[in-house]
Ligand binder design. Structure first.
Ligand code: ATP
Ligand code: MG
Length: 438
């Protein structure tokens, strides 16, 4: 089916055509069965009130690639207020781009009004501040980022409409910026991160001209509000392709902008810092594949740990605990200047760090107490990550692995066998359930 479809596509490769290439229902692979019912309801409702409505973005792209879209976006000529008036569950959000969220049960459909051609409000760096001038489907298409993200699917004839050569790029597995890449990155530097994310996630090549300006323009990310970068970080590392994304972010100089301290250590040849980041990414991908939970707290803990350790080494003369705490808040402080990490992740991140010391203190009842700590599992995983990255912890990770698998008597003798200072404590504990490795 796809092959037949691609034969249809002309060899012309412009990223802007006034008349779309229209691919009829029997010649594309967007199956109505895989479409979200909520998206169909939104589109039908808009159509019934005389508005145009298209499915666009990742939904169409991923369906054409045979994947399962994670969300569905609808583009329409109805203004946000008009969209809102049609759905009880609709909410207008956003300032830079006003969009409408329409909720159906657990599903949320993002409805955007066609963007228009115009001089948008910009800041001194050329960045678009607001863009709420409306247009038609053509002007909307050329204001999107990559050609493969600008394919429109309509319920009227169930056809795919292509204004920018996206289908051809999809076939060639190429990520191509619509328009002049340099100008488009200037308008919104986050598009550079999106290039790395989609290339990694889809396994696409970044087209030559789309890739070329990224390295030199990466510093523009410094102008992006830290809160927006946090949202992007989640998308970069929690989509199951963190390893590939991390590789591309480094290759294009984007990582150094996002994590300046970590980037500097890696650039200076700190192999442990690099290994820690890479292992964290591959563990994250594995956990996602296995359907296990993941938390950004762990990822930030891993990426910032080497900087925390380097800063601590500078705090000579301070008591150890104080040196640790000072370095931790310095490492976090530097990072927050770039990416705002919400407290709900910062607090568990600090706990994972703080527990690293407690994992070394196992005498008396401490090891038993540690097992009951709500953050034990994360702290233990983090310890293993440190060891895998090359930190010599004198077999501590192994000790904890055995301790968890041991029965009460074995655990008691493991604790007794520990050399070094142990506080006298009552180590008689009720028998506990063994933890099986997750
Ligand atoms: P995902 O699978 O991650 O949801 P997506 O392509 O749907 O991928 P979204 O962030 O959901 O990405 O955005 C929806 C669509 O909006 C994109 O496909 C693209 O057409 C457009 N878009 C999003 N962000 C930008 C941007 N910064 N500049 C231009 N167009 C954008
Ligand atoms: Mg999307």
């Amino acid at each position: 089916m796809l092959k037949r479809l691609f034969k249809l596509i002309s060899t012309r490769n412009d990223t802007e055509r006034q008349q779309p290439l229209i691919i009829p229902r029997d010649q594309h692979s967007v199956s109505r069965k895989l479409l979200s019912q909520a998206a169909i309801r939104v589109m039908k409702q808009l159509n019934q009130h005389g508005y145009e409505a298209y499915l666009v973005g990742g939904g169409v792209r991923d369906l054409l690639l045979g994947g399962h879209p994670k969300d569905f976006d609808v583009a329409t000529n109805a203004k946000p207020e008009q969209v809102k008036s049609l759905f009880r569950s609709a909410r207008i959000i956003g300032r830079r781009f006003r969009i409408v969220h329409v909720r159906f049960g657990r599903e949320m459909i993002e409805v955007t009004t066609f963007r228009g051609h115009h001089e948008a409000a910009r800041n001194e760096h050329g960045m678009v501040l607001r863009d709420n001038v409306y247009g038609n489907v053509h002007s909307d298409a050329v204001r999107r980022d990559f050609t493969v993200n600008a394919l429109y699917y309509s319920l009227d004839g169930f056809a795919v409409h292509d204004y920018t050569g996206g289908l051809k790029d999809l076939q060639k597995r190429t990520l191509r910026m619509i328009g002049n890449p340099k100008e488009r990155y200037e308008e919104d530097p986050v598009r550079m991160l999106r290039a790395a994310r989609f290339a990694a996630k889809l396994g696409f090549n970044i087209e030559k001209n789309t890739a070329a300006p990224i390295k030199s323009m990466a510093p523009l990310l410094a102008n992006i509000p830290p809160a927006r970068l946090f949202e992007e970080i989640l998308k970069l590392f929690l989509n199951g392709s963190a390893t590939a994304t991390f590789g591309l972010l480094r290759e294009y100089g984007l990582y150094d902008q996002l994590f300046p301290d970590s980037g500097a250590l890696i650039a200076a040849g700190d192999e442990k810092a690099l290994a820690m980041a890479e292992l964290c990414m591959s563990n994250t991908d594995k956990r996602i594949r296995a359907g296990k939970s993941i938390t950004p707290a762990f990822i930030f803990a891993a990426l910032l740990w080497p900087s925390q350790q380097a800063l601590m080494a500078q705090n000579r003369g301070m008591p150890k605990g104080q040196a640790f705490a000072q370095a931790a808040s310095d490492a976090v402080g530097h990072q927050l200047a770039r990416i705002s990490i919400p407290k709900r992740f910062l607090i568990p991140m600090r706990e994972i760090w703080d527990l690293q010391h407690r994992l070394t203190l196992r005498g008396g009842g401490r090891a038993f107490k540690m097992l009951d700590h709500p953050r034990f599992r994360a702290a233990y995983d983090f310890l293993l990550l440190r060891e895998d990255a090359g930190e010599d912890m004198d077999g501590l990770g192994n000790w904890w692995t055995q301790f968890q698998a041991a029965d009460e008597t074995e655990q008691q003798s493991m604790v007794k066998a520990i050399k070094g200072p142990t506080k006298k404590r009552n180590s008689r504990r009720p028998p506990r359930k063994k933890r099986s490795p997750e």
